[in-house]
Design a protein. Structure first.
Length: 102
């Protein structure tokens, strides 16, 4: 009975995340709440939220499928996977220090 309660609570929490985060997937929504450090601004850099905004400024009103941070050649980058307005899946890398899209 207790396991069923925890499963129901998890489902309700995920449904709440979906309702609060239109245009994001559950994975991106869970990531953004589970790892607030990823959203903190890097020293003289940009946050993950700002990187997502740069992608939207460049590619239009896209649907974010996944966004995460990774180490790359001694620096940090954000990998952002999204669905374009034409229906293509595209992944771009954003330099966390400069905000440059690659």
């Amino acid at each position: 009975m207790r396991d069923m309660f925890h499963a129901l609570l998890t489902v309700c929490a995920l449904a709440g995340l979906l309702a609060l985060t239109p245009g994001e997937t559950v994975a991106a929504a869970v990531h953004s709440r589970a790892a607030p450090a990823a959203h903190r601004q890097a020293t003289e850099g940009i946050s993950l939220d700002e990187a997502i905004e740069k992608v939207r400024q460049t590619y239009g009103d896209v649907t974010i499928l996944k966004a995460d941070s990774r180490g790359s050649n001694g620096g940090q980058v954000y990998r952002i996977k999204f669905l374009t307005e034409s229906g293509r899946v595209k992944t771009v890398t954003v330099d966390a220090d400069t905000g440059e899209l690659r």
